[in-house]
Design a protein around this ligand. Structure first.
Ligand SMILES: Nc1ncnc2c1ncn2[C@@H]1O[C@H](COP(=O)(O)OP(=O)(O)OP(=O)(O)O)[C@@H](O)[C@H]1O
Length: 344
């Protein structure tokens, strides 16, 4: 049985669509990323799953409990950890008091370990906490009863990069213990580090549901090549290349053997070194061989091939289209699966 299952889940605030017709499942032991830009409907979904909002239509189950059945959901909540986007703590009490309070409410089987890892200043009043420290306290409280499912609304917001990394590592370790996560975020880069599958929501609609690995395959690579002489973008309009840009000298170090990430200095030799150099950059979604063959037709002086940042990909897939158009395209079998680009 799925840990979370939504069926046509819909929530309107009056005439305003929060989310509409969401159907997806989250399986046991899975880290499911729920991605979307601001206002997409992530918090609405989470608050509905947690029973804080009633669905307008459709329903969902959490650990087998129908969210419309308040007492069943209440019982299931004993096995759920919840990390809200803005922890609403009573600011006048100390962190220690809050940990004790939540421990009494839901049980405390591991606050000691968690406090060692996340370390909020327990003896200070929460009103004096920084945003990051509040988040650390919220993490301790969400996990201290060792829940089977943790629902997290943008959990790394407010954490510095080191603590973000520590938290994501912790999520991975918890997953290895068999725990399930529903993880909302608008930062694709962090989600890809821990999630198995992602749902992308936009304007309240689920526009994509996909394995992270296959999304990454579809997203392609960022290629940056420096070649001798002058070339035009049109020359790199090869199958699988998108958004080709060319730049002149000065965009890259011009010395042979410069230390770049990826493959570097495949030049034909210093004898061929001429003053003029062009840098060609593009996203590439095809196989390596034809790309390399094409590149080797030039006086290749430097080459870097890296994974495309998912933020760019997100914009490329969804940037210009409204959510309805994206849903229609996905439902009609993704118009261009070879390149993964939206219809022109
Ligand atoms: N209480 C409310 N009353 C009216 N409209 C609301 C309410 N809460 C959310 N909405 C609307 O519902 C839509 C989805 O909002 P939601 O907060 O769920 O998005 P989100 O993806 O969590 O955004 P963010 O990343 O900014 O937190 C938005 O259009 C928002 O304006």
């Amino acid at each position: 049985m799925p840990v979370i299952q939504t069926e046509g889940l819909t929530k309107y605030y009056g005439d305003v669509r929060g989310v509409e017709d969401l159907s997806f499942t989250v399986e046991e032991g899975e880290v499911f990323g729920f991605l979307g830009p601001n206002g997409a409907g992530k918090t609405t979904t989470i608050r509905t799953l947690m029973g804080f909002l009633s669905p307008t239509d459709g329903t969902a189950s959490v650990l087998g409990a129908d969210i419309r059945d308040a007492s069943a959901l209440q019982a299931a909540r004993a096995r759920v950890g919840y990390l809200p986007s803005e922890p609403g703590f009573d600011e006048g009490v100390t962190g220690r008091r809050l940990v004790e309070y939540h421990g009494a409410l839901r049980g405390d089987v591991r606050s000691e370990d968690l406090l060692e890892l996340f370390d909020p200043p327990l003896d200070r009043k929460v009103g004096e906490y920084s945003r990051g420290n509040k988040q650390m306290l919220a993490i301790v409280i969400a996990f201290m009863h060792d829940p089977d499912l943790v629902v997290m609304d943008e959990p790394t917001s407010g954490l510095d990069p080191l603590k973000q990394e520590r938290f994501l590592e912790f999520v991975r370790a918890e997953q290895a213990r068999g725990k399930t996560f529903f993880f909302s975020s608008h930062i694709l880069g962090e989600v890809r580090k821990v999630c198995d599958r992602i749902g992308i929501v936009r304007d309240g609609l689920l526009v994509e549901l996909e394995d992270v690995d296959s999304l990454i395959d579809r997203t392609g690579k960022t290629v940056r090549a420096s070649v001798g002489g002058s070339v035009t973008a049109a020359e790199f309009d090869i199958d699988g290349a998108h958004d080709v840009t060319v730049g002149g000298d000065g965009d890259v170090p011009t010395e042979a053997g410069a230390d770049h990430a990826g493959v570097s200095d495949a030049s034909a030799g210093d004898d061929d070194w001429s003053d003029e150099e062009t840098t060609v950059s593009f996203t590439y979604t095809g196989a390596y061989e034809p790309l390399l063959r094409h590149l080797l037709e030039y006086d290749l002086r430097d080459l870097a091939i890296e994974e495309a940042p998912l933020e760019d990909v997100f914009m490329r897939f969804y940037g210009e289209d409204d959510a309805e158009a994206v849903v229609e395209r996905v439902e009609s079998g993704r118009a261009n699966t070879e390149t993964g680009t939206p219809d022109a």
